[in-house]
Structure formats: C-alpha cells, structure tokens
Ligand binder design. Structure first.
Ligand code: SF4
Ligand code: SF4
Ligand code: SF4
Length: 155
C-alpha cells in the first residue's frame, strides 16, 4: 500500500526550473544559441511553447508535447538539437493538492496519460492514490491540464 509519506516523498512543491522545448541544449548552451526568434513557438501544433524571459518555455496549461519535433526542425540556430538523445529528463510529479489525499475519488490524470504511467493504489478507508511510474512517464504533460486541483507539475 502506498503511504501518504511515500506518496509525498520528493514531490513537495519546489521552485520549478524553467522547462525549455524538447531537445534543448543544456541551459548555458541554449541561452548562448537561442536568438529568441520564436520560430519554435509558431511551429508547435499543440501550442505549449510560450515566451519566457530568456527564451521559449513549455507551459502545459492547455496541452501536451507529442514529441513531434517540429520545434526542433524550426530552430535554425540549433538551440534545439534532436541528435540521438531523449527530448528531456522532465517527469511528472504529483503534489499535496491531489484530491485523492483528501479522500476525493479522482482519476483524471490516469485517464489522460497516454503512457499508462499513472497507477492507482487502493487504500483502506480512503480514495485510491495515484503513483507515477518514472520508467514509463515521458514528461509529456498530458496529465497537467485535466487535474482539477492543479496538483501535477513537470520538472
Ligand atoms: S515536439 Fe512538437 S508538440 Fe512538442 S513542443 Fe515541439 S513542436 Fe510542440
Ligand atoms: S527556434 Fe530556436 S532560436 Fe528560435 S526561439 Fe526557438 S529555441 Fe530559440
Ligand atoms: S507527463 Fe505524460 S507520461 Fe507522464 S504521467 Fe503525465 S500524462 Fe503520463
């Protein structure tokens, strides 16, 4: 059974680092290469790229990353570079606002996850608790917007 402590471990909200578009160079190299041309923002079919103070950032409020790579293709300066590496190391984390912790039955995140990375563990006397399998999670962000409690972050 998943305890409250296990559920929360490592998942307490912390200042979220900026999430750059997928396949971004390491932050220092990215900042040096990005010309803030906005081509990636215009290319993204799901509209998840926005202006950040220092270049494009990902916001999952309205959608998910499908890892289509169109942003990378649009990036002529090479600040986004697909090469042979994963798009990012970001993964989903569920915070203490999760309704299940307050015994409200909710499976919105699990229903939205295309990777079936969110499993629900039954609890005696309480709503089943979601747990994310980091081995399956791609950090796509599809679970973020459907969460009624805004409990999920990607970092
Ligand atoms: S990979 Fe596709 S969906 Fe993801 S941010 Fe780039 S353009 Fe958008
Ligand atoms: S397309 Fe490349 S250079 Fe232009 S804003 Fe996006 S990351 Fe920066
Ligand atoms: S970020 Fe994507 S893969 Fe990971 S748990 Fe959320 S919906 Fe599933």
């Amino acid at each position: 059974m998943t305890s409250r402590r296990d559920f929360l471990r490592g998942r307490i909200s912390r200042p979220a680092p900026v999430l750059r578009p997928p396949w971004a160079l390491d932050e220092g190299d990215f900042l040096a290469a990005c010309t803030r041309c906005d081509a990636c923002i215009r290319a993204c079919p799901t509209g998840i790229l926005e202006h950040g103070g220092t270049g494009p950032v990902v916001k999952f409020a309205n959608g998910e990353c499908t890892f289509c790579g169109k942003c990378v293709d649009a990036c002529e300066p090479g600040a986004l570079l697909r090469a042979d590496r994963p798009p990012w190391s970001a993964r989903a984390a569920i915070g203490p606002q999760c309704l299940a912790l307050a015994n409200v039955v909710c499976r919105s995140c699990g229903d939205a996850c295309p990777a079936t990375a969110i499993r629900f563990h039954p609890r005696l006397g309480g709503a089943a608790l979601p747990a994310i399998d980091n081995g399956l999670c791609t950090g796509c962000g599809a679970c973020v917007a459907p969460c009624p409690a805004r409990a999920i972050g990607i970092a």
